[in-house]
Design a protein around this ligand. Structure first.
Ligand SMILES: [Ca+2]
Length: 325
């Protein structure tokens, strides 16, 4: 028997577990562009030498725990382009038995969340492709890492995560308090952005894209009349802001303390900070910072991943540095 089996576009609607029981010499199996809607447990049992499995462009919505059990030599699995209108449900344990898998393609699917630990069994994984993910969330590498994917895995997604790591900007605009909560919700070690060098600022700028983004920078002390050069700014984890990238041409960090022509006074003590000011739509963002009012609801949350968690005491236990006080 040949070591490859091509069942591409063969009108297959279902596979009974054990259907491949006697094909233990098979190394490559192409089931692309069929009409599969689910993978039951042990569907592929018996294929102990299989190295490549292609399941792309089916309509697989449900992958049972143990679906790939028995594929102990599998190195490459393509599950891309299966769902657009229905959601694919990845059950915990769905990748069990794939301890040799090196490359997994999951892009162009509609998956709304990765459950914690869903990637746990993929101990040899080197590459994860999440390009073109559909759906409300638009899952990316950050969500995979937050669900426990090893950070040693080279992950690619719509957000060019390889160029922006460890930063990630959420899709929706919100105020500062919401941004702090959003970033913390991405998982352990995720929090609102702390930027410590020009190189990090460039990665953060790419993550932020063409919008304004909240930073985890906060003013300490002072009031509306404190001039820029006397203001003290710290990161939300309490650390000193050694690197700063204020928009100096605009006199940042500025408060608003003005009297208009008709005598109306505007006094705002700006105590939070954004990257890229207003009106940057359709132009490349400059990555410079401005002081802003935390109540402003029109900036995306810029988050930083993989910060070591800190001990917050017995009441709060372990948590992120920022937004817990
Ligand atoms: Ca201020």
């Amino acid at each position: 028997m040949s070591d490859g089996l091509d069942l591409f576009k063969s009108g297959i609607k279902g596979i009974a577990p054990g259907a491949f029981e006697n094909m233990d010499q098979l190394e490559r199996l192409d089931l692309g562009r069929n009409e599969l809607t689910e993978l039951k447990a042990s569907t592929f049992r018996g294929l102990r030498r299989l190295r490549e499995l292609t399941l792309r462009a089916n309509d697989i919505r449900e992958i049972a725990a143990g679906a790939f059990l028995g594929l102990r030599a599998l190195e490459f699995l393509d599950l891309s382009d299966n769902t657009r209108n229905h959601e694919t449900d990845l059950k915990p344990g769905c990748f069990a038995g794939l301890g040799k898998l090196r490359e997994l393609k999951l892009g162009h699917n509609y998956i709304n969340s990765f459950q914690d630990g869903v990637f746990r069994d993929l101990t040899s994984l080197e590459m994860l492709d999440l390009k073109g993910m559909w759906g409300y969330v638009g899952l990316g590498c950050v969500h995979a890492f937050a669900a426990g994917l090893s950070t040693a895995v080279a992950c690619s997604d719509n957000y060019n995560y390889e160029q922006t790591a460890p930063f990630f900007a959420g899709n929706y605009r919100m105020d500062y308090a919401q941004a702090v909560s959003y970033c913390a919700s991405l998982g352990a070690g995720a929090e609102i952005a702390v930027i410590e060098s020009a190189d990090e600022n460039e990665r953060a700028r790419r993550a932020c894209g063409r919008s304004a983004c909240w930073l985890g920078l906060e003013e300490v002390g002072g009031d509306v009349s404190t001039p820029a050069e006397s203001q003290i700014w710290r990161w939300c984890d309490g650390s000193e802001a050694a690197y700063l990238n204020w928009d100096l041409a605009q006199g940042e960090p500025q408060n608003k303390n003005k009297t208009s022509g008709n005598g109306e006074r505007w006094i705002f003590d700006k105590r939070n900070a954004i990257m890229n000011c207003c009106g940057t739509t359709d132009v490349d963002s400059d990555g410079e910072w401005r002081a802003f009012l935390g109540e402003w609801e029109d900036a995306k949350p810029l988050c930083r991943l993989f910060r070591p968690r800190v001990w917050l005491g017995w009441h709060n236990q372990w948590g992120s540095h920022c937004g817990t006080g």
